[in-house]
Design a protein around this ligand. Structure first.
Ligand SMILES: *Cc1c(COP(=O)(O)O)cnc(C)c1O
Length: 407
């Protein structure tokens, strides 16, 4: 008996065409390396889109997952469970939070945050306070509400009618926000570091100014740390680096290290608006996800690991700068911790995706953040040797792409 080989062609035969995956299929991962069906190895600078913060198949995470898998997978929220309670208590100890809601994806955590903001305003101020302010280029997920709040019109086209009461302002433009936030505003939502929108850090003045505007107008400040949270910024959560505390924080991606789980953190007073029956999810807070996330949090909440993230940021920056001295390809290198963006010079803009393919051919996984920015989001514990080898492959990929294009 020969099993039928599973190939990339199957994707086009049986999957909805909303993704365009690369030609290779990875079958195994270890740390910051992946192997495809043919046994070819890849260095992972993509981290499953800033998700696998502790690399692939981290032994402690595998141990916790398999141990929990032997005990209890799912009970629904008709019952609570030990891993969820333990994780929620830990998140409350380590952050501003006093109450936690678990879900399964970033979009769901944001959906909960936005619904909570509307409900809180309805409970305390009446139905005139409905407006949600968000930033251009922001990304908050793909449910109809979160995609509407996101500031990238290409993601809402064709899905109208959209939920009303959402206004967009330019990111890092405090004056525009001040002109827009009013007593009708129930929440301002912002990513401290915009990920999908191009790896752009908020300025400290912007976040501080939003905090003051929200206080003045009794609006809730929501930080979307789905991508920049869980150590990626070099701090457990990016708000800690800025010294600006939100009313609600959402996180996902890195929280489960690859197991789907998300969380919405808030205060006791605000949480009261999600009273019994007002919101829910079947899988949110399931024992498997919470057990894994508990282990992830313990490993990441380590001053030494977080300091290493910032040091590796400098290693990447230095390497990318050196590559750029050779090719003059990047107009700006930016980001925070191990979320890095390389904005392409004018002549290469709108062509970021070509670098994904070129890197793959050299055995390297990278990401883009829009058409003009190459994005790197490797494991937080990637060894220096693999950073060096990955950057060598990146340089080789760029050299090939540039010579193929100019010749
Ligand atoms: C990825 C992302 C989301 C959406 O998360 P999903 O798990 O894909 O629903 C929301 N906000 C930000 C900032 C993200 O990067």
């Amino acid at each position: 008996m020969h099993p039928i080989p599973i190939t990339r062609e199957w994707f086009d035969e049986v999957m909805v065409p909303n993704y365009a995956p690369a030609a290779i299929i990875p079958v195994r991962g270890e740390g910051s390396r992946l192997w495809d069906q043919q046994g070819r190895d890849y260095i992972d600078f993509a981290g499953g889109i800033a998700v696998t913060g502790l690399g692939h198949a981290h032994p402690q995470l595998v141990a916790v997952l398999t141990e929990q898998a032997q005990k209890l997978w799912h009970v629904s929220n008709v019952l609570t469970n030990e891993p969820a309670l333990k994780l929620a208590r830990r998140l409350c100890e380590l952050t501003f939070a006093e109450r936690v809601f678990f879900a399964n994806s970033g979009a769901e955590a944001n959906e909960a945050a936005l619904k909570l903001a509307r409900k809180y305003a309805a409970d305390h101020f009446g139905l005139d306070k409905r407006e949600i302010i968000a930033c251009n280029q922001s990304f908050h997920g793909r449910t109809l509400f979160t995609v509407t709040v996101g500031g990238q019109p290409k993601y809402t086209q064709g899905f109208e009618p959209l939920p009303p009461g959402v206004t967009h302002v330019p990111f890092n433009d405090l004056e525009a926000c001040a002109a827009t936030v009013s007593d009708r505003t129930c929440a301002v939502i912002v990513e401290p570091v915009q990920g999908e929108g191009g790896v752009t850090c908020a300025t400290p003045e912007f976040l501080q100014g939003l905090r003051e505007l929200c206080d003045r107008h009794q609006a809730l400040l929501i930080f979307d740390e789905v991508q920049c949270g869980n150590g990626r910024s070099g701090h457990l959560y990016a708000y800690m680096a800025y010294g600006v505390t939100p009313d609600i924080l959402t996180t996902a991606k890195g929280l489960g290290g690859g197991f789907p789980i998300s969380a919405m953190l808030t205060t006791h007073a605000i949480a009261q608006s999600l009273n019994v029956g007002s919101h829910g999810t079947t899988y949110g807070g399931n024992p498997l996800g919470c057990a894994v996330a508990g282990a992830v949090l313990d490993l990441i909440n380590d001053p030494e690991l977080l300091a290493e993230v910032s040091r590796k940021h400098d290693v990447f920056k230095a390497g990318l700068h050196r590559i750029n001295q050779r090719f003059g390809l990047f107009r700006e290198l930016r980001g925070m911790g191990l979320l890095l963006g390389c904005e392409l010079v004018e002549s290469w803009q709108s062509r970021s995706r070509e670098f994904i393919k070129a890197a793959l051919d050299e055995g390297l996984l990278i990401l883009v953040a829009g058409p003009d920015v190459i994005r790197l989001a490797p494991s937080l514990i990637i060894p220096d040797e693999l950073i060096a080898e990955g950057l060598r492959r990146f340089e080789q990929a760029i050299a090939r792409l540039l010579s193929a294009t100019t010749s």
